[in-house]
Write a protein that binds this ligand. Structure first.
Ligand SMILES: Cc1cc2nc3c(=O)[nH]c(=O)nc-3n(C[C@H](O)[C@H](O)[C@H](O)COP(=O)(O)OP(=O)(O)OC[C@H]3O[C@@H](n4cnc5c(N)ncnc54)[C@H](O)[C@@H]3O)c2cc1C
Length: 317
């Protein structure tokens, strides 16, 4: 398919919280943007949003919808609901992206706000219970779970670390009377966790976990151990690792951090490739909506300041 000849000020790949926030800042600077989006946020479970002022206990999808409506009113933002598969820098310093239909688009600047992918541990039943009975953060999910008689933390995979697991176990202990850290056949870690948390009254269990199953009610999860025993907890805590899974980062030659995120420099979220910015979950270990919105706003400001005055003053996209 032939390239769309219009050159847009900014191409935004990813229309989640970060991308929408950047588009808002850019239209306020009279710049045109195209936002490409496949509508597959990392929180695909669309659990109610917490720790986001004005949006407590509401749906993220609804927030995105309202944000889009606001942006469309400007006449400067266009939405294309297809994924971007290819990205390159042209000889004359523009960016060219190609969507899943093969349609090409040109822009002066490029923002990646593509989110990131969860890396789940290989324990059977983990993924089915994630966001139902296994929760990554108690400050987001604990309040609704308060008062359960017992809960557990899976100190496995990315959480097989004393400082990280201790912090999240102590967070969780505020919402339950009995807290157990499960180290799943890792005696060295179990010993270290016992030393760290024993005095707080948090138990450590090192039996090997072979399966996680939905329990009888609400967020219950039943843990099946290698020895055949089972135990049901009111909820489990575990934070999976994440990484930027998109091939766009490698097509552009973007630097990736040890945590699997695109490396950007604060505050304006520039990457190592001039003219390319990245914001939100894909570019920060702080993966919460307020941070994605903040990074999007800064990236929008950085892009706007690199762009010349709009040629037409106020051209519709
Ligand atoms: C279970 C769960 C619950 C959570 N609860 C909360 C909470 O209560 N409060 C909170 O603050 N945070 C919460 N978070 C974190 C929050 O969801 C993220 O921090 C936030 O969504 C990040 O926004 P983002 O725009 O960076 O990425 P995303 O919201 O993941 O959006 C990225 C967008 O980019 C699109 N995309 C990706 N690649 C392409 C491509 N090649 N072409 C076109 N489009 C593309 C995707 O389809 C998606 O729409 C939760 C996360 C999880 C997993």
């Amino acid at each position: 398919m032939a390239a769309n000849l219009t050159i847009t000020d900014a191409l935004i790949v990813g229309g989640g919280h970060a991308g929408l926030s950047a588009a808002l800042t850019l239209y306020r600077g009279l710049h045109t943007c195209i936002v490409f989006d496949t509508h597959q946020p990392r929180n695909k479970w669309d659990t109610p949003v917490h720790i986001m002022p004005t949006w407590d206990d509401q749906k993220a999808e609804e927030k995105r919808k309202i944000s889009r409506e606001e942006l469309l009113k400007s006449g400067l933002i266009r939405f294309v609901d297809f994924g971007i598969e290819e990205v390159s820098k042209t000889g004359n310093g523009l960016f060219r992206v190609v969507d899943t239909r093969g349609e090409a688009w040109l822009g002066r600047k490029l923002l990646l706000s593509i989110g990131s992918t969860n890396l789940f541990p290989s324990i059977g039943g983990y993924e089915e219970n994630f966001a139902r009975g296994i929760f990554p953060c108690m400050l987001q999910f604990g309040y609704e779970l308060r008062g359960v008689s017992s809960a557990g933390l899976l100190a496995v995979d990315t959480l097989a670390s004393v400082p990280h697991a201790s912090m999240l176990a102590q967070d969780a202990y505020k919402f339950t009377d009995n807290m157990t850290v499960y180290t799943s056949a890792n005696p060295e870690l179990a010993h270290a966790m016992q030393n760290e948390l024993g005095s707080y009254g948090i138990a450590v269990d090192d039996r090997e976990i072979i399966r996680l199953m939905p329990g009888p009610s609400k967020a219950d999860v039943t843990i099946k151990f290698q020895d055949g025993a089972e135990k049901t907890e009111g909820f489990l805590v575990h934070r999976p690792g994440t990484r930027v899974a998109s091939k766009l980062a490698s097509q552009l030659g973007l630097e990736i951090t040890e945590f699997g995120d695109i490396r950007v420099s604060p505050p304006f979220c520039q990457t190592n490739i001039p003219g390319v910015y990245a914001a939100g979950d894909c570019a920060s270990p702080m993966k919460i909506i307020p941070n994605a919105i903040s990074m999007g706003a800064y990236a929008g400001a950085g892009i706007a300041r690199e762009l010349p005055r709009a040629v037409t003053g106020n051209a519709a996209c």
